[in-house]
Write a protein that binds this ligand. Structure first.
Ligand SMILES: [Zn+2]
Length: 436
């Protein structure tokens, strides 16, 4: 360009300017062309963290090793391991090398205790699972870091570590106690799934299908309000469709589905019906899509594939928008995964496939893929924290579930009510109810 200022004739200046412009245009064209040609869907996972809403590895640690981590080699590729490999274990899909290959940037590790522990030792068993997750994170400081605030997800991921968050799956872990709920938060838990496969005394599970036993009771509403107040994310995976509706009507913060898919695509009651999807949009929440074969493909005559998961993601996006969908694969909590999504190393293939932008499918831009990967979840987490901060002046709730409610629930569960209970709420139960 320097030539322009020293040129002697006007014609020469024009030629030089024209050549410079041409070169400039060529360079712009080349760089645009190159970036269009070489960008793959998976590259979005380099500019935004991939956050998966649900992984049940901790439950496998309990089942297989009674939480003895000295016998667990998370740093190895366990695909062909005698205990953790594909042939030895139908529910094992996770290790560090495959998480890294899968570009996972954030993971909710799940503290789960089964419905058999309800009214018994659910709190103690949940505490053990929280403990094993924390020990696992500490054991691999170069790869994992405990994260309890939305703002720390991205900084942790940028430092090359997986932002490791903890969720509790199943309201039985609360033992119907707001005190237990608050202390779980202090231990670093950031979401609680209101039920697992069994009803709690205050909320129905998806297993009631269209029916209703409790729906969300008044005490259930108080639990939701206290979760809002302290900043615990409400997770509606596993609850009945009516409980989804009830919670969405009373919650003051956005909710998540940590691992659920679309009911209209696969009519399983674990999935989310359209009217609830619309409410989630209004609520500014998110559905993190589950990969379990039985939830993504209701056609038992064929195997589920990656294409089925694409269908669920695109269905939700088309109905309520790209801001309300995420990933919650449910690895290690399921025994059947789609072809093409065989373990935690496969997420990038899903993002490549979405970016193919086939005809009659929504067009995925890099920004859209970043939202799906993790930005939507971070937005929801931040919003829950904002609601918490706005409610700072509200005192902790002192509500206690009634003995009658517990009595009826335990009787329905086939237990001898109150057998192991010593708490105050068991005093002075109406003797008439005892005859039910
Ligand atoms: Zn689950």
């Amino acid at each position: 360009m320097g030539n322009i200022s020293v040129c002697c004739t006007g014609k020469m200046v024009y030629i030089n300017v024209a050549v410079c412009l041409l070169v400039l245009l060529l360079m712009i064209g080349l760089s645009v062309g190159l970036s269009v040609n070489t960008f793959k869907g998976r590259d979005a996972l380099d500019s935004a963290p991939l956050i998966d809403g649900h992984n049940d590895l901790p439950e496998n640690l309990y089942e297989k090793l009674n939480n003895n981590l000295s016998a667990f080699h998370f740093e190895d590729d366990l695909s062909n391991d005698d205990v953790w490999g594909r042939t030895a274990c139908s529910v094992c899909f996770t290790d560090l090398p495959r998480l890294i290959a899968g570009k996972v940037g954030g993971q909710f590790w799940v503290a789960y205790t089964g419905c058999e522990s309800q009214y018994k030792d659910a709190v103690q068993r949940t505490l053990r699972q929280i403990d094993v997750i924390k020990r696992l994170i500490k054991r691999y400081p170069a790869n994992l870091r405990l994260v309890t605030a939305a703002a720390d997800i991205e900084t942790t991921w940028k430092s090359g570590k997986i932002a490791s968050m903890i969720g509790i799956e199943g309201g039985q872990s609360l033992d119907s106690s707001l005190a237990v709920l608050r202390l779980y938060y202090e231990l670093g838990i950031r979401y609680i799934t209101l039920t697992h496969t069994c009803n709690t005394p205050w909320a129905d599970a998806s297993s009631v299908n269209d029916g209703s036993v409790y729906n969300l009771t008044e005490f259930g509403q108080k639990i939701v309000h206290e979760m809002n107040r302290i900043g615990m994310i409400v997770d509606l995976a596993h609850v009945s469709h009516n409980v989804m509706r009830d919670v969405l009507a009373v919650t003051r913060a956005p909710i998540i589905f940590s691992h659920s898919s679309a009911f209209s695509v696969c009519n399983n009651y674990r999935n989310v019906p359209d009217d609830v999807l619309h409410s989630v949009k209004e609520n500014k929440g998110i559905i993190m899509v589950n990969f379990y074969s039985g939830f993504v493909n209701c056609n038992s005559s064929r195997n589920a594939t990656l294409e089925d998961v694409v269908d669920h993601i695109n269905y939700i996006r088309n109905l309520i928008g790209v801001d309300h969908v995420g990933i919650g694969a449910d690895y290690d909590g399921i025994n059947s995964v789609p072809e093409g999504l065989e373990d935690v190393s496969k997420y990038p293939d899903l993002f490549d496939r979405l970016y193919e932008n086939k005809e009659e499918e929504p067009t995925w831009t890099k920004e859209d893929l970043e939202k799906l990967a993790g930005r939507n979840f971070i937005r929801v987490f931040q919003a829950v924290e904002t609601v918490r901060d706005s409610l700072l002046s509200e005192p902790p709730r002192e509500d206690i579930i009634t003995g009658n409610e517990l009595y009826i629930a335990q009787k329905r569960a086939g237990l001898k009510p109150g057998e192991c209970q010593t708490a105050d709420e068991w005093k002075n139960i109406n003797p008439i109810l005892k005859t039910e």
